[in-house]
Ligand binder design. Structure first.
Ligand SMILES: N[C@@H](CCC(=O)N[C@@H](CS)C(=O)NCC(=O)O)C(=O)O
Length: 231
């Protein structure tokens, strides 16, 4: 299978917002692959992700976006992982194992990011109270379901798909390893806790999780509130 990129072949630009763990996924894989890239910061809380120019790169108006040398652009964190991972040890070429990786990438976008990622964002930026009730309860239930599903798989396997780290682990780890930020108890999921240690050891310490800054906090003016989902 062809590599999408060879180190040194190209200079990529990652349109990113540092506290985002969706952006973090791309940063981690670029780092593990030793692919150099520039960062273009996007002030998502000042609507920089909603300008006409940005919307030509990602019609959904969200980071991360990977821009190639030739101007082509790719949005959605897990599509970026798939592109960068193609032909590398982080994405198996065998069709079944490849599809299993996709299973976990879709799982992450349905059960993990919208539940744990959103609850974490609400918790850390003062939005939890405002959304209390059904909105929060449904996400707590989905997040717990996700962690339980991961725990079942990881009870008999060191990683989600193969005997080693793949982009499935990077994607699912991103928000789940910070689930305690929004009240989940990871000790209740022993196989997940052991996997988190394993993945952290392989990723290393070079990819910090950046805290949300004051720009992300809910303001009494309410203008930030009016904006769409931000995690
Ligand atoms: N499913 C997308 C979600 C991307 C996303 O929600 N990005 C957030 C930051 S984590 C964003 O840029 N929000 C800005 C906005 O919605 O205006 C992915 O995995 O990349």
């Amino acid at each position: 299978m062809m590599l999408a990129l060879r180190p040194g072949d190209t200079m990529l630009t990652l349109h990113d917002y540092l506290p985002s763990l969706n952006g973090w996924k791309a940063r981690v894989l670029l780092g593990l692959l030793h692919v150099p890239y520039r960062t273009q910061p996007v002030a998502i809380f000042s609507a920089e992700s909603r300008t006409a120019k940005f919307l030509t790169m990602n019609p959904a108006g969200a980071i991360p976006v990977l821009e190639l040398d030739d101007g082509r652009v790719l949005a959605e964190s897990n599509a970026i992982l798939t592109y960068l991972g193609t032909g590398t040890r982080f994405l198996p070429g065998d069709p079944f194992a490849h599809a299993k990786v996709m299973q976990w990438l879709f799982f992450e976008q349905y059960y993990v990011e919208p539940a744990i990622g959103t609850l974490r964002f609400w918790t850390l930026t003062g939005r939890l109270e405002r959304n209390a009730g059904g909105m929060v309860d449904a996400r707590r239930e989905t997040g717990a379901r996700a962690l339980a599903a991961m725990d079942r798989t990881l009870a008999s396997s060191p990683f989600l798909v193969t005997e080693d780290l793949t982009i499935a682990d990077i994607a699912v780890y991103a928000y789940s390893h910070r689930a305690e930020d929004c009240g989940f108890v990871l000790d209740s999921y022993p196989a997940v806790s052991a996997w988190i240690k394993r993945v952290a050891g392989l990723i290393g310490s070079g990819y910090p999780v950046h805290p949300y800054g004051p720009e992300a906090l809910l303001t009494p003016r309410g203008d930030v509130e009016a904006r769409p989902k931000l995690i």
